[in-house]
Design a binder for this molecule. Structure first.
Ligand SMILES: [Zn+2]
Length: 266
């Protein structure tokens, strides 16, 4: 039984490593301005096409000892580590699932949707940290998952849709004002797009709370960066990580924060 379960976890982790490998291709090709459907993977050095058996997540890198089969040049480690992280993400999720009774009361399809949502969101976070971009494909996938979650398990349609409209209008206005003040693009369109699936899933009032928290956390972080001299004023700071962190906090602890805040006010 234990062996079967172990095998299942390894297979699950491996499936995620395959997905991760694909997402990494999407991120790298988006960063280079290429289409991610453009042909098979090639070696960065000798441009030799990579065969499927040299393209197996995690294993091929170990098997080839991190070097191209044809030119012996090192393969970028970023793919390998992304795949390892994805594998561990799966293992940790499985452990959380079996030790958290609340998750087990939910329909399995809902758990899978939530899991995929958080997994892809994690890659949006990586993409913004590594390449300062938010890939459209990943935002599109998140939107589909958020729609499915609201459609199958949501109780109300008006609030999620209103939340999306609120976020779009809020960020577009903000980006317009910021452009007038700083005379350049201060807020990426990717951040605005990312708010569509996040608002859809968070609904109201958690969307407002998450935007508020994102600016507080981002503001504190930017201040620390300026004070320690790591960034100069006017330098680009990825904003999606703050939006994601704030959305996760809002999703998990929104009610608690709300209650604490009103208890504090009254
Ligand atoms: Zn090569």
């Amino acid at each position: 039984m234990l062996v079967f379960e172990l095998l299942l976890v390894v297979l699950f982790g491996f499936f995620l490593a395959v997905l991760a490998s694909f997402f990494e291709v999407v991120m790298v090709r988006t960063a280079r301005g290429e289409s991610f459907t453009q042909g098979r993977s090639k070696c960065d050095h000798c441009h030799h096409k990579i065969n499927w058996y040299d393209n197996i997540p995690i294993l091929s890198f170990l098997w080839l000892r991190g070097r191209c089969r044809y030119c012996q040049q090192p393969i970028a480690k970023t793919y390998f580590w992304t795949e390892v992280v994805a594998f561990l993400f799966g293992v940790v999720f499985y452990l959380v699932y079996i030790s958290w009774p609340f998750l087990q009361t939910l329909p399995i399809a809902q758990v899978v949707l939530y899991f995929l949502f958080s997994f892809i969101l994690f890659f949006v976070l990586l993409a913004d940290l590594k390449y300062l971009l938010v890939p459209d494909l990943l935002v599109g996938l998140l939107t589909v998952l958020a729609l499915l979650l609201q459609f199958c398990y949501g109780t109300n349609w008006i609030l999620p849709v209103a939340s999306v409209l609120f976020s779009i209008i809020f960020f577009l206005l903000l980006s317009f004002v910021a452009k007038k003040i700083f005379k350049k693009e201060a807020l990426g369109l990717g951040d605005v797009k990312l708010m569509i699936p996040l608002s859809l899933l968070l609904s109201w009032p958690k969307t407002a709370l998450s935007i508020f928290l994102a600016f507080i956390i981002g503001g504190i972080f930017a201040m620390l960066m300026l004070l320690t001299g790591r960034k100069k004023f006017g330098q680009v700071l990825p904003f999606a990580p703050f939006l994601i962190l704030a959305a996760v906090i809002s999703f998990g602890f929104g009610e608690a924060i709300w209650q604490w805040y009103f208890a504090f006010l009254l």
